[in-house]
Design a protein around this ligand. Structure first.
Ligand code: F0G
Length: 472
């Protein structure tokens, strides 16, 4: 029998470093200037000015020596490249789908799918749509409906599978809809917008059975399928002895298709695919693919990228890797809780979410408390995080800020890129920020765009304008 390496207290990174990318050190004073110049928008800061980048876990993974070797074997033939067939075989082996369509990233697969099945009058249920998925559904004219279980919306509610679909509400929606009105039903694994929370196999099975009963195709948004599979192994009775690969295959076997951003659990910097069983849908998808992405055997990617995905999908299911992966996120969360940070609990697979509105209760919601925390983490320690709150989901009406439901700060952990000492440094900085939390200032908007304003929003400290006025 295999001796489990995880009986030791210290879980080491199950890899060693062959290539390094230097981090440029900066001082707090330098970062204060950088923040002002960036108008306190994390997207405006140059990566070279960042020490630890927790903006996203998407496309930021470190590739393995085997992936780089596979890239050298990449065959970049326009049609029918060897790399495509290797990629196709790997993805079919994992998912069991009849047809695999490569795309340049997840949202390209979404765009193709919903431009075919979406449209006015249609309704698409999901546990929680990710932003790009919702945008693609709505752009087609269809309505995107989120049906996560109630615990999925309560930050401190403890539940092992907070990403689960509320099957009762789904049953009602399917029962009340007209034939053909729901072109497909989706489950996002793990549920990113709900805090990276997993979905249980039982819930996948039930959702799948319900969809079948109503004749509605069932799809996975599979970006973080491996992390979801490992949560099932850890938390769901009956799966303790199964390998992550067996669990992942079972998850896919319950579905009729998937969209996939390989930038997450594909362990690559760019890539994705659309997996389908339906022959007619595949024909339509390939037609759109040729218009928008490329020929069906490369679909927006170079042959070498297809090789890297094929290899990445294999590596991501390694049990030692997944153990380390979920534990490193949990470790960060445990320490933040010890310090006193209110978090979405339990932490998800790829990120920790801090409830900044609760933490910075001296700041009203319309003064962007989550932006304030993001700025402080950068100023104190050069750590870049992302605001999931007012700037992203709030809006302005007649000059008034209408706040979002929550002000969260996401610390997304890139795969295989940082070591435990990097995470210990993040914890140390977070502790310093926590001690000074009552001194953190709020923000007001200086400049914004009407849609997706968080990418370009410009902010200033509420106090600074008052100070300016005094000097007039
Ligand atoms: N679905 C989910 C659940 C995602 O998290 C993402 C991307 C996508 C689809 C779109 O994939 O970026 O390859 O086009 N999430 C990134 C993030 C951007 O930071 O969470 P993509």
């Amino acid at each position: 029998m295999r001796t489990p390496s995880w009986n030791y207290r210290t879980i080491i990174e199950p890899f060693k470093i062959k290539v390094v990318e230097p981090i440029r050190m900066t001082t707090r004073e330098e970062r204060q200037v950088i923040l002002r110049q960036a108008h306190y928008n994390m997207f405006n800061i140059k990566a070279n000015d960042i020490l630890i980048d927790l903006l996203t876990d998407s496309g930021t993974a470190a590739m393995s020596s085997e992936q780089w070797a596979a890239m050298m074997r990449g065959d970049n033939a326009y049609a029918g490249s060897k790399s495509f067939y290797r990629f196709e075989e790997e993805v079919k082996g994992l998912t069991g789908y009849a047809h695999i369509i490569p795309t340049h990233q997840g949202r390209a697969a979404e765009k193709i799918l919903f431009s075919i099945v979406g449209g006015k009058g249609k309704v698409v249920p999901n546990n929680t749509h990710f932003d790009t998925t919702r945008a693609n559904v709505e752009f087609s004219g269809a309505e995107a409906v989120d049906l996560v279980i109630p615990e999925g919306k309560q930050p401190q509610a403890k539940h092992p599978f907070k990403g689960n679909m509320d099957v009762k509400r789904l049953e009602r929606l399917l029962g009340e809809s007209k034939p053909g009105q729901v072109p497909l039903c989706m489950l996002t694994v793990t549920n990113n917008s709900g805090g990276g929370q997993p979905v249980s196999m039982e819930n996948i099975r039930e959702t799948s059975a319900l969809c079948r009963r109503f004749g509605v195709p069932f799809f996975l948004d599979a970006c973080r399928f491996a992390e979801n599979a490992y949560f099932i192994k850890l938390r769901e009775p009956g799966y303790e002895e199964k390998t992550p690969a067996e669990i992942a295959r079972e998850m896919f076997r319950h579905s009729d298709g998937c969209t996939m951003s390989a930038k997450k659990d594909g362990l690559v910097n760019m890539g994705g695919f659309l997996g389908l069983n339906d022959e007619q849908l595949t024909q339509q998808a390939r037609n759109v693919l040729i218009l928008t992405e490329g020929f069906p055997t490369y679909g927006g990617l170079a042959g070498r990228d297809l090789e890297a995905i094929a290899q990445g999908l294999r590596e991501v299911l390694d049990e030692d890797y997944l153990k380390y992966r979920l534990r490193s996120v949990e470790y960060l969360a445990e320490h933040l809780i010890r310090i006193g940070y209110p978090l979405i609990e339990p932490p998800g697979g790829h990120a920790v979410y801090i409830d900044a509105r609760t933490l910075l209760s001296h700041l009203p919601a319309n003064q962007f408390p989550a932006q304030s925390l993001c700025s402080a983490l950068y100023e104190y320690g050069g750590i870049r995080t992302v605001e999931v709150g007012n700037a992203m989901f709030g809006r302005t009406e007649n000059g008034e800020e209408i706040p979002a439901d929550m002000d969260l700060v996401r610390l997304a952990v890139p795969r295989r890129a940082y070591t435990q000492s990097h995470i210990d440094y993040v914890i140390e900085v977070a502790e310093m920020v926590y001690q000074d939390r009552q001194t953190l200032k709020g923000f007001r908007v200086v400049k914004q765009t009407p849609i997706l304003r968080h990418f370009t929003i410009e902010l200033e400290h509420v106090e600074s304008r008052l100070a300016g006025k005094k000097g007039d």
